[in-house]
Design a protein around this ligand. Structure first.
Ligand code: PMP
Length: 440
């Protein structure tokens, strides 16, 4: 049994422990004080629940099935089998931190090995790895584009992209979410009109999209994005935080899934925090672009480098996904993720819930609409032993509040069936089904 604290919030006296049992089942254990329970009635309900554990006089713990983390390939569930030995072994002779940025003394052979694997996995000439996915967007976009350049960004792109774009000094235009027709309109106008006032042509145009949009569970219309970018000579920047490892028959992400050659995507960005169960971000691109970024992006020069121990964890996960560990586990994980995601999505749709997004996406949002249902949904799920992320304003528009399930290859069918049964009860209680909300 392996327990580790993954978060705590002293103000709310809540501590979250991740518990991995001997059979690989992963649950979240949320610890709080008895005072955190709102009323006597609620306390009574909690005490009756099989998920409730009183850990001391004034502390409570609740075991929940984790339906909220981005542990897509389940490396956190079976890390005993897949990664632990190599990672623990690496701790014998590697520091946890190099205490230095990449460009000073923060590069080890493991950083280069991560980069070599990422480049090989994606069919790009070279790659750069940095200590966080968030920083990767925030620090590489300003290195790539400047004043006199134009960024055209999907309206639902992640905050790290928005921050990077704003910091770059480039002009920014936004296109309607996943709408390559609108993207083409903006590109055409940008080429015809040029820069405001001077009307000189833009130095560079960078179109930024994501592989899977994390609030919508939709994958990018990449083939059309690439087609229009080629037509107008724009560069493509693809953020694969949620799609790398999770999409495509061999986990190579959105390009593989959409049948787009990676040579048509100039900049491929991704993270190791989700499918690979580690930390850090990467950029894969041509040798020239990577060599330029190594020298000029703030993430290389001013941020501590990725922990060498984490590099080892990322390498071990890659070996599994790339089938270099001598087992079939990587393939099985990719198939299990797709089967679990599609099964869960289909069952939620059959229940009459309004489910967003596409089949094959492991992110499955369910619309709650009314913002007052956010807390009730989360609380009802929590009471039934399900840890679910709910999303409201300002992350999404106020009347499009939603619950967002993240499915993992590590979930068993029994766990998913149990969760679906509980969700059905919650849906009835909160009148979330179509038939009820339309005619009820
Ligand atoms: N890009 C996207 C699209 C994301 O969703 C996220 C985080 N969820 C990031 C970048 C940042 O990645 P990280 O959490 O690995 O820093």
């Amino acid at each position: 049994c392996f327990n580790r604290p993954i978060a705590s919030s002293p103000g709310a006296s809540i501590q979250v422990l991740e518990r991995v049992s001997d059979n690989g089942t992963k649950t979240l254990e949320l610890l709080g004080t008895l005072d955190d329970l709102d009323s006597d009635k609620q306390r009574e309900e909690y005490e009756k629940s099989p998920h409730f554990v009183k850990v001391s006089q004034d502390r409570v713990a609740r075991n929940c099935l984790n339906l909220g983390s981005y542990n897509y390939l389940g490396f956190a569930d079976d890390w005993n089998i897949t990664c632990k030995d190599e990672v623990v072994g690496s701790m014998e002779d590697l520091p946890v931190s190099n205490s230095s940025p990449r460009n000073e003394y923060g590069t080890t052979r493991l950083h280069r090995e991560v980069e070599e694997r990422v480049a090989r996995f994606l069919g790009k000439e070279d790659a750069l790895c940095l200590n966080m996915g968030f920083n990767t967007n925030c620090t590489t976009i300003p290195a790539l584009v400047h004043r006199g350049d134009l960024i055209i960004s999907d309206e639902l792109n992640h905050t790290s992209i928005v921050n990077g774009a704003r910091a770059s000094g480039a002009a920014i235009r936004i296109f309607h979410h996943n709408n390559s027709k609108h993207l083409e309109d903006i590109l055409r106008e940008a080429i015809v009109m040029g820069r405001p006032r001077t009307r000189r042509p833009w130095n560079k145009i960078l179109v930024i999209v994501e592989g899977i949009y994390s609030m919508e569970g939709e994958y990018c219309d990449l083939a059309n994005v690439v087609r229009v970018c080629k037509k107008y000579g724009a560069h493509v920047y693809l953020d694969e935080a949620h799609s790398i490892g999770a999409m495509g028959p061999t986990g190579r992400g959105c390009s593989e899934y959409c049948g787009v050659d990676t040579s048509d995507i100039d900049i491929m960005m991704g993270t190791f925090t989700k499918s690979f169960g580690g930390m850090g971000g990467y950029i894969a691109a041509s040798k020239d672009v990577i060599s330029f970024l190594r020298k000029s992006c703030a993430g290389s020069s001013y941020h501590n480098s990725l922990s060498p121990v984490v590099c080892q964890q990322v390498i071990s996960s890659f070996k599994v996904v790339m089938g270099e560990d001598g087992t079939n586990i990587g393939k099985q994980k990719i198939h299990a993720l797709r089967d679990n995601s599609n099964y869960f999505r289909m069952r939620l749709e059959d229940m009459g819930l309004h489910v967003l997004g596409h089949y094959d996406s492991p992110i499955i949002p369910v619309m709650l609409y009314n913002p007052t249902k956010i807390c009730s949904f989360s609380r009802e799920c929590f009471k039934r032993g399900l840890a679910v992320v709910v999303v409201g304003f300002p992350a999404v528009p106020i009347i499009t509040s939603r619950a967002r399930f993240c499915i993992s290859a590590g979930h068993t069918r029994e766990q998913l069936d149990h969760a679906l049964k509980e969700i059905e009860e919650v849906a009835d209680k909160l009148k979330l089904r179509y038939a009820v909300s339309t005619f009820g």
